[in-house]
Write a protein that binds this ligand. Structure first.
Ligand SMILES: *[C@@H]1O[C@H](CO)[C@@H](O)[C@H](O)[C@H]1NC(C)=O
Ligand SMILES: *[C@@H]1O[C@H](CO)[C@@H](O)[C@H](O)[C@H]1NC(C)=O
Ligand SMILES: *[C@@H]1O[C@H](CO)[C@@H](O)[C@H](O)[C@H]1NC(C)=O
Ligand SMILES: *[C@@H]1O[C@H](CO)[C@@H](O)[C@H](O)[C@H]1NC(C)=O
Ligand SMILES: *[C@@H]1O[C@H](CO)[C@@H](O)[C@H](O)[C@H]1NC(C)=O
Ligand SMILES: *[C@@H]1O[C@H](CO)[C@@H](O)[C@H](O)[C@H]1NC(C)=O
Ligand SMILES: *[C@@H]1O[C@H](CO)[C@@H](O)[C@H](O)[C@H]1NC(C)=O
Ligand SMILES: *[C@@H]1O[C@H](CO)[C@@H](O)[C@H](O)[C@H]1NC(C)=O
Ligand SMILES: *[C@@H]1O[C@H](CO)[C@@H](O)[C@H](O)[C@H]1NC(C)=O
Ligand SMILES: *[C@@H]1O[C@H](CO)[C@@H](O)[C@H](O)[C@H]1NC(C)=O
Ligand SMILES: *[C@@H]1O[C@H](CO)[C@@H](O)[C@H](O)[C@H]1NC(C)=O
Ligand SMILES: *[C@@H]1O[C@H](CO)[C@@H](O)[C@H](O)[C@H]1NC(C)=O
Length: 432
């Protein structure tokens, strides 16, 4: 269930009118940081009610402690407090109409038709009570994001908790508007660069046009075109910061598992939102294309890639892998992918059934030949244009890999509706 949409966004001013949930007054919780948990990463648990966090609560139980923090309206997501009680929620009209929003999407909501509470990730789960729904919101924040335990009264235990809910976005262009705000365009795939065999390149639609305006003070000016950034909706409106960039040799990796840069393995984070990243720059899909063309662990070529991570408090820990890009090397990777694809195209004969092709020679039908030919032609065109973004070049590399190897074994591609048979799967030896 996704309640908030364009109509809800239209109701809200760009800078924070208190909607549902009280915004924190400062830019950071005023207290002593007792613990920064990076959900489901390293030795951290998938949620903050796990018994390994019991020691941080005076109740002697993380579950009871977290319930108490919520009840006091002291559990914040992106610095918006979750209403502590059912009556507090019901007393705010915007809570009753739109729900408690995380990045403008309802995560806690009352359906007055059925008189049922819904909570959890994007309010997808029905709950028995308001308290259960609120608890399920905080236990369903996704992997790779940080949740911090604060002591604000000096008793040595947690009394305030604040969690980040950050989502990834590719930054194609940055516009500094006349009124001081920033507009980010995440980039797109031009109709001329797409075919009907290609599926969905994005799963969401933020930053696909001018995007929401980001107030000047909420925008990290270290962000440059070609970067991957993180965005969220805080008390002062939409905000964006640069992801942490790790540059180096892409040694290897596996979709949904981990990605190795310069010998350091970064584990994946399930359900982390990459909905506003090109499919080809999500870590798993980027990895599949790089492995297919044997670009990984090629130290002789010296072509670095960037892995972008969620920044976290402690430098010994890592947040979610947000995306991967090849940025300044994207032209070289694409040129190498084109030459591999061109060699395969040149190596086949076109036939309807192979009866006129020698048994030492591979053939494909006209449709398969044309499909690969056209994918190479589009990739050639992107390469020839000086203004092609690194994202478009990475995308062309990804589509060549899809065209050659097919979509069925690439989890993200199949899920996004890519439906390539794969040139290599269509090749057969002749029977003449
Ligand atoms: C932080 O809290 C302390 C103690 O409660 C208080 O003295 C101080 O003014 C607060 N600082 C800010 C910036 O709110
Ligand atoms: C929270 O994490 C603990 C420990 O991993 C687990 O036992 C519990 O089922 C989790 N709760 C939810 C609601 O996911
Ligand atoms: C509330 O529940 C009813 C019955 O299941 C459903 O038809 C309706 O769409 C729900 N309302 C919202 C806003 O989700
Ligand atoms: C600032 O300018 C941008 C771009 O024109 C516009 O989208 C936004 O609504 C403006 N914001 C304010 C607060 O005027
Ligand atoms: C590749 O990245 C490594 C690690 O950041 C750096 O030392 C090296 O200079 C980079 N190589 C090139 C060719 O940029
Ligand atoms: C290519 O396709 C084969 C199955 O046809 C699959 O086993 C393999 O994992 C794919 N390669 C990549 C890099 O996705
Ligand atoms: C990468 O290459 C190095 C040698 O350069 C080799 O020792 C290592 O096993 C390779 N790693 C993978 C994952 O292939
Ligand atoms: C193969 O295709 C050729 C040309 O279209 C046709 O003449 C021939 O009968 C076909 N052979 C078989 C075995 O279908
Ligand atoms: C070219 O086709 C032959 C079979 O005729 C095959 O053995 C070889 O691997 C192919 N080469 C390329 C680059 O696809
Ligand atoms: C390629 O050929 C296979 C049969 O080998 C067919 O199923 C597939 O639809 C063809 N691809 C295109 C793009 O026509
Ligand atoms: C792509 O460009 C290369 C290099 O210019 C050229 O050899 C090849 O024929 C082109 N392929 C297609 C399908 O346009
Ligand atoms: C890139 O340049 C081409 C030709 O010079 C032009 O047609 C196209 O609109 C430009 N694209 C962008 C995104 O600026």
């Amino acid at each position: 269930m996704k309640l908030a949409n364009a109509s809800v966004l239209a109701l809200l001013p760009a800078t924070g009118l208190a909607a549902c949930g009280t915004p924190y007054s400062g830019s950071q919780i005023n207290g002593t940081l007792l613990r920064a948990v990076v959900l489901d990463m390293g030795s951290d648990a998938a949620n903050v009610t796990a018994t390994q966090y019991d020691q941080y609560f005076k109740q002697g139980s993380a579950l009871e402690g977290v319930k108490s923090v919520i009840a006091n309206s002291d559990f914040y997501i992106n610095l918006w407090a979750i209403p502590g009680t059912e009556s507090a929620f019901q007393s705010v009209s915007q809570c009753m109409s739109d729900g408690y929003l995380v990045n403008q999407v309802a995560w806690l909501y009352y359906n007055s038709t059925t008189a049922k509470w819904w909570g959890g990730y994007e309010a997808e789960t029905e709950a028995d009570s308001y308290n259960a729904a609120a608890l399920s919101v905080v236990t369903n924040i996704v992997a790779g994001l940080e949740v911090r335990f604060w002591d604000t009264n000096g008793d040595g235990y947690t009394d305030v908790i604040d969690a980040d809910y950050l989502e990834g976005v590719t930054v194609d262009t940055i516009t500094h508007n006349a009124n001081g705000t920033y507009s980010i365009y995440r980039g797109n795939i031009d109709v001329a660069d797409k075919t009907r065999w290609e599926g969905t390149n994005f799963d969401a639609d933020l930053f696909d046009g001018s995007g929401p305006a980001i107030p000047e003070n909420n925008f990290d000016t270290a962000i440059s075109p070609g970067d991957v950034a993180l965005f969220w909706y805080g008390p002062k409106g939409w905000a964006m910061k640069r992801a942490q960039e790790v540059v180096g040799l892409f040694v290897g990796g596996a979709d949904h598992t981990s990605y190795n840069i310069d010998g350091v393995s970064y584990e994946d984070a399930m359900r982390f939102s990459r909905d506003n990243l090109f499919i080809s720059n999500r870590p798993g899909e980027f990895t599949d294309a790089q492995k297919f063309f044997k670009f990984t662990n090629d130290s002789a070529a010296g072509l670095n890639v960037s892995l972008w991570l969620v920044p976290v408090t402690h430098t010994t820990e890592y947040g979610a892998p947000v995306g991967m890009t090849s940025d300044g090397n994207s032209r070289i990777f694409l040129a190498r992918a084109i030459s591999q694809a061109q060699a395969q195209l040149a190596n086949v004969t076109i036939s309807s059934n192979g009866s006129n092709v020698p048994s030492t020679q591979e053939w494909v039908n006209q449709a398969n030949y044309t499909q690969l030919h056209d994918a190479i032609a589009r990739a050639n065109l992107s390469l020839a244009l000086a203004n092609s973004s690194s994202f478009l070049l990475d995308y062309q590399t990804y589509v060549l890999y899809q065209t050659l190897n097919g979509s069925s074994t690439d989890i993200g591609a199949a899920f996004a509706g890519f439906s390539y048979t794969g040139f290599e799967n269509a090749e057969k030896l002749g029977t003449a």
